[in-house]
Structure formats: structure tokens, C-alpha cells
Design a protein around this ligand. Structure first.
Ligand code: GAP
Length: 443
């Protein structure tokens, strides 16, 4: 059962903060935008890169059973024929006969999947006009490769990063001599011609995924599925800092599962607009490898048995991770707005302020501390307005520490360190600053 929670005011505040502070801007804005596309600004790219780097570290570098790849976005069209995407990767679409707007049948008729038919009593949500019968609409984004624009040169932007892990399976195996079970991971862009993009960066036509294809023997699938389900929860709570009470497991009914999946669990998050899919976990069986390889691509080293490995796929949307992190960490207190981000996710780890802008000795010392910290962290420098305003400005973008250089600093070589969450201040020797911040970041 979906719990509908529409908190559009909160969503508006987050969108506005993202624009105001340089996290996320509407794409091509000076030309009127482009159909719900977004650009990550100077702070957004830091947050997004932190998420991707922590994910890669956790699931690739820290494990002995995982390797990574970075494949081309455009693959041979035969990939999409074999994977079933050309035939199956579509959404049911209805069109208003009056205003010509198109909608996803399953979005405006909640019983569409169950009944396998569209309720004719439902009218156009925009103008009340009559809606057409549903038609299947393929979601892959087309383009042409080369100088001739005809069907022979038609190619598709990948709708999931996953297929490269299957297509490259043999190359990875031959070059790394991996034994089952093992996984291939990838982070990269995917493209879908979504019928109704919306809800800020939740559903866009160009987005990023972090995906793992974990190859196993068939008999292990249930155990491995459960293992990855826990791993996904642990990542979301431990690394993204998302509150457990905002997360849910939701098993997809057969009618809602992708064509390749025998079991799918969505991890859902209470977004301000509704509880919706954050991540997915699917048992893809041997569907993909069987479709791509005429011969079994794996040989068991001990038994010599040739087989098609089965696949458990944990998949994580990068942009939905960013959105969930922003929603979960946004707090309004009496006098301030704070993004209570996990320190390791914060765009800036520390901000350095000279107490007074017009005292060159303070500004020089602050600049020195700034450059010293910059060797290890992404650091902000601010000498505008008063200290209180500077603190609040950093709170709003989630900077965990603010360091103030004052007259005592010139005497004792120590600074005031102010903690974002508790707002408590302590004196720390400049020589201990980097160590203290590093310890805090590793918590
Ligand atoms: N390889 C499996 C796969 O692509 P999916 O559930 O279609 O499965 C995986 O997509 C994840 O990608 C989703 O859980 C979501 O986080 C993200 N995602 C999917 N479509 C998206 C879109 N249009 N905009 C932003 N993120 C999207």
C-alpha cells in the first residue's frame, strides 16, 4: 500500500534552495529550459560526486569480489534487440483527443496493471477531454550515428547501464580470471524518453545510475538476493545517512516487473510528493547472458562445467540518491535552515572566516589556514557580513565546520571551530585542525 504524502511546500523549499545556493539549476534555463532537464551547479556536483565516490569505494574498492567498468553510452543496436528492450521497454500511453496531451495509462488509472485494461471513464487530467485507448510507447532515445540519417544508422542511448556488464562479461572474465560469485559495477548516464518526467530530479530523461550485476550459480539466488537487499539498506542508512523510518521494501507484482526479472524489490523513500522508488533489486536469472552469448560464457575451474551464470542486480539511481539526501537532511530551526548532511557528503567540509574583513593581519592568517586545509579538503572562504550570517550561510549548504580566525589566533595559533549541528564552539590548535576534521569525516 502506498502512503501518499504530498508536502509540496517542502519540495518547493528544496528546489528553491538548490537554485539559490548552486546545487541544481533548470537545464538550458536562459532558453526557457528543456523538458525537466537539470544541471548540477558547483555545490551539486560536489554532493553528487561524493555520493558516487563513496559508492564506488564501498562496493568496488572495499570488496574482493567486484570489478568496475566504464562503457560507451551508445551500444550496437543488436544489444537492445537481444536484451528485449526494443520489444519490451515501453510504457502504455493514452492521448487526449481534445488537447493532445499524453499520459501514462498506469499513472492515471491505478488499476490499469491489475485489470489489464484502461478505465474508459477516466478523462484528461488537464482539460477533461476524452482519452484514447492505450498504445505502447518505446522509451529508448534514438539518434543517428554517422552522416546518413536512415534506419541503418539508427542507434539508441542506453536506457540502463546494465547491458554493458553483460556484453563485456567475457572480456572481464578473460582479463581478471574471476570465479563465481563476483560482480561488475558501473556508474554512468542512462536515457529514457519518459512520458511524464517530473518531480524535480526524480524522473528525468537523462539521469545517472550506479549498477551492479552480481553473477552467481542459480541455486544461490535467494540467499544472494537477501544479502544484497541488506547491503542496499546498509548503504542508504550508513553512507547516505537516510533515516530508516523513511525507507520501505516493496515487492513488485509480476505485472509491474521488468521483462527480465523473476523477482524485484523496490526500496522506496518517503519523498515529499509521495512514497516512491529510490532503488531496485532484481533477480535477472540468466536471461541477459543467454540472449547475448550463443555458448555458455563461464567455465567452472574445478568441475569444467560450462554454464550461464545467473544475476542479482542491485541498482541505484544517482539523482534519486541526491534528492533523497537533500529531503532527508533539510531541517528548519528557529533562525536557520540546516542541511544536516553526513559530513563526508557535504560539498564543503569546512569554511574559514577572518573575524573582521578590514584587519589585514586576520585576513592574512585566515588565508594561510584556508590554503593549509585546502590541501586535504574542499574548503570555503567567506569574509562577507557578520559571523552569524556566515554561519547560517554555511548551515544552509551543510558545511560541518566553520573555523574563525580572531585576535587570539594571532597570539596562540588556535582558532574557533563551530559545529554545524550542535552550534557549539571550541578552540583548536591550527596544527591539530586537519587531524580533527579527518577524524570527524571518517565517523
Ligand atoms: N538495470 C535495471 C534498471 O535500470 P530501473 O528500476 O528501471 O532498473 C534503476 O532503474 C534505478 O534508476 C531506479 O531505481 C531509479 O533510482 C533510477 N531511475 C530510473 N528511471 C529514472 C528516471 N527517469 N530519472 C531518474 N532516475 C531514474
Amino acid at each position: 500500500m502506498k502512503k501518499e504524502k504530498n508536502n509540496s511546500e517542502l519540495m518547493d523549499k528544496i528546489v528553491s534552495l538548490c537554485k539559490r545556493r548552486g546545487f541544481i539549476f533548470p537545464g538550458s534555463e536562459i532558453y526557457g529550459g528543456l523538458a525537466n532537464s537539470f544541471d548540477y551547479g558547483p555545490l551539486g556536483v560536489e554532493l553528487k560526486n561524493n555520493i558516487k565516490n563513496i559508492w564506488w569505494n564501498r562496493f568496488v574498492h572495499q570488496r574482493d569480489d567486484m570489478v568496475g567498468i566504464d562503457a560507451a553510452l551508445i551500444m550496437n543496436p543488436k544489444v537492445w534487440e537481444a536484451s528485449g528492450h526494443l520489444k519490451e521497454f515501453s510504457d502504455p500511453l493514452v492521448e487526449c483527443e481534445k488537447c493532445k496531451r499524453r499520459f501514462r495509462a498506469d499513472h492515471i488509472d491505478p488499476d490499469y496493471e491489475k485489470n489489464k485494461s484502461f478505465n474508459k471513464k477516466i478523462k484528461c487530467p488537464d482539460c477533461g477531454g476524452k482519452l484514447s485507448e492505450p498504445r505502447q510507447f518505446n522509451l529508448m532515445l534514438k539518434t543517428f550515428l554517422g552522416t546518413i540519417e536512415d534506419s541503418a544508422s539508427t542507434v539508441y542511448f542506453r536506457p540502463e547501464t546494465a547491458q554493458a556488464m553483460f556484453v563485456d562479461f567475457k572480456n572481464v572474465l578473460d582479463t581478471t580470471r574471476r570465479k563465481l560469485p563476483f560482480g561488475i559495477a558501473q556508474i554512468g548516464k542512462a536515457f529514457r524518453n519518459e512520458v511524464t518526467p517530473g518531480n524535480f530530479i526524480f524522473r528525468t530523461r537523462e539521469f545517472e545510475q550506479m549498477e551492479i550485476e552480481y553473477f552467481i550459480k542459480e541455486e544461490e539466488w535467494e540467499k544472494v538476493f537477501e544479502y544484497w537487499q541488506k547491503e542496499m539498506w546498509d548503504w542508504t542508512i550508513e553512507d547516505l545517512g537516510i533515516k530508516k523510518e523513511n525507507l520501505y521494501d516493496c515487492e513488485c507484482e509480476a505485472a509491474n516487473r521488468a521483462h527480465y526479472s523473476k523477482k524485484t524489490i523496490d526500496i522506496e523513500y518517503d519523498f515529499p510528493f509521495s512514497r516512491s522508488e529510490l532503488y531496485g533489486l532484481a533477480y535477472r536469472t540468466d536471461f541477459d547472458l543467454k540472449n547475448h552469448f550463443a555458448e555458455p560464457p563461464y567455465e567452472d575451474a574445478e568441475s569444467g562445467e560450462k554454464l550461464y551464470p545467473h544475476v542479482i542486480e542491485p541498482t541505484f539511481g544517482v539523482d534519486r540518491s541526491v534528492l533523497a539526501v537533500l529531503c532527508d537532511s533539510y531541517v528548519e530551526e528557529k533562525e536557520r535552515i540546516v542541511l544536516k548532511l553526513k559530513p563526508k557528503l557535504a560539498p564543503y567540509k569546512v569554511a574559514v572566516f577572518p573575524l573582521l574583513k578590514n584587519k589585514p593581519e586576520l585576513v592574512n592568517k585566515a588565508t594561510e589556514v584556508y590554503h593549509q586545509l585546502k590541501k586535504n579538503f574542499n574548503v570555503a572562504f567567506d569574509d562577507r557580513g557578520n559571523i552569524g550570517k556566515r554561519y547560517y550561510s554555511q548551515d544552509e549548504i551543510g558545511t560541518p565546520f566553520c573555523v574563525t580566525i580572531d585576535f587570539e589566533t594571532l597570539e596562540n595559533d588556535d582558532v574557533t571551530v563551530r559545529d554545524r549541528d550542535t552550534m557549539k564552539q571550541e578552540r583548536v590548535k591550527i596544527s591539530d585542525l586537519s587531524k580533527k576534521i579527518s577524524e570527524y569525516l571518517n565517523e
